[in-house]
Ligand binder design. Structure first.
Ligand SMILES: NC(=O)c1ccc[n+]([C@@H]2O[C@H](COP(=O)([O-])OP(=O)(O)OC[C@H]3O[C@@H](n4cnc5c(N)ncnc54)[C@H](O)[C@@H]3O)[C@@H](O)[C@H]2O)c1
Length: 357
């Protein structure tokens, strides 16, 4: 028997950080034909930027309802649009929008003629600090999120903080959970910085945001680089997420902001880390104080301990034990396999009884 081994080259992704949308167009070279998959809200809120793309004769496919249209039918619509317009393998797709649009556009780029150049311009904070990095693309299918997808990296990521000015406070905080998470799983220094800069962050100070977004992307890309296919370290990025998925399933009928569920999930993970004796009092207090600087609105989130626990148990990844990412220290995450259903259930019940929305 003979084994064939194909070693793929490392893919280089260039990331640019900008404060003004007027600086973006100059970073898109003139040597290709572009199909822009565009979030409609960007046309509404950032008209001069979209006018600039139109003036360069880019073909634009507008997405009105991103998460609803993140499906295979929209992919086929865009692919038909590109095929009719004569796009070939030397051309490119640009995804401009929140994570739903950039995931969709990335998947189209990965499958059109077996993969063409993809440029990503994420416009929500969540898309900038989380969805932009790691090469996951995809669409929802049959009520299951991201069921169809691929790993495909963009060649360029253009991050511009001016887009963030049109997010309302809760949409902004939705993405900020991931910045907090990156701090909690990597270093006390990052977390302290976030705490001391909280006012400037909430005022959307360009320089502060650029610094924090860049740091957050560095943290995620370093982890992803070491574990692209999520066999080890990348699991730490799920800090707070096992609890959050439970919360999201309970709120399935009236979907809530993912980042808000993650924030509650991280508070639960911090409490559980402390309760089990892994996380010391000072670190616990520091983490809670840093998070407390940000005014998350949880009023619409339903929290039912029994249902959250059942949803966590039925998660496909939790076969024998429930896997939780906990902290030994700020910046020291580890996988904890909880085999005692009753301990976990009691903890969730107590947490929710004490939780102040
Ligand atoms: N690929 C990954 O690794 C990854 C990681 C996390 C999340 N995701 C995906 O990302 C999506 C969530 O991302 P999201 O929170 O950006 O959601 P989203 O794309 O649905 O955007 C949220 C809302 O913000 C609007 N919006 C986007 N940019 C805006 C701006 N600058 N100003 C005003 N409104 C704006 C959108 O139109 C939408 O109404 C989910 O589909 C999720 O599966 C992917």
């Amino acid at each position: 028997m003979k084994n064939l081994v194909f070693k793929s080259e490392e893919h280089v992704v260039n990331i640019s950080f900008l404060g003004k949308t007027s600086e973006l167009s100059a970073l898109i070279p003139n040597n290709k034909k572009y199909c822009v998959v565009l979030d409609k809200k960007i046309s509404n809120f950032h008209k001069s930027f979209v006018d600039e793309l139109q003036s360069r004769n880019f073909s634009i496919f507008t997405i009105d309802s991103p998460e609803k249209q993140k499906n295979i039918n929209t992919c086929l619509d865009v692919i038909n649009f590109m095929q009719k317009d004569g796009f070939n393998r030397n051309d490119a797709v640009i995804g401009i929008g929140g994570g739903a649009v950039t995931d969709l556009a990335g998947f189209i780029a990965s499958s059109y003629m077996r993969g063409i150049t993809y440029i990503q311009i994420p416009t929500s904070l969540l898309a900038q600090v989380d969805a932009s990095v790691g090469g996951k693309t995809g669409v929802n299918h049959g009520n299951i999120k991201n069921f169809i997808g691929s790993f495909y990296n963009p060649s360029e990521i253009l991050i511009c903080t001016e887009f963030l000015n049109s997010l309302n406070e809760q949409e902004f905080l939705n993405g900020f959970s991931e910045v907090l998470k990156h701090g909690l799983i990597t270093s006390q220094t990052t977390l302290s910085k976030i705490k001391s800069l909280a006012h400037k962050i909430l005022d959307r100070d360009t320089d502060v945001l650029l610094e924090l977004i860049e740091e957050s992307i560095d943290i995620k890309s370093q982890i992803v680089k070491e574990d692209f296919r999520e066999k080890g370290k990348r699991k730490f990025l799920n800090f707070g997420h096992t609890f959050a998925h439970g919360i999201e399933s309970v709120n399935h009928d009236v979907p809530i902001l993912h980042g808000h569920a993650v924030l509650i999930g991280m508070l639960m993970a911090l409490d559980y880390s402390k309760e089990l004796g892994f996380l010391g009092d000072d670190s616990y207090r520091n983490a809670k104080e840093s998070i407390g600087e940000f005014d998350y609105d949880f009023t619409d989130i339903e929290l039912n301990a029994e249902e959250i626990f059942e949803a966590m148990k039925s998660d496909k990844k939790n076969t024998k034990a429930i896997n939780l990412i906990l902290l030994k220290e700020i910046g020291q995450p580890f996988v904890f396999e909880e085999t005692s259903n009753s301990n976990l259930k009691d903890f969730i019940t107590k947490f929710i009884n004490d939780f102040k929305k």
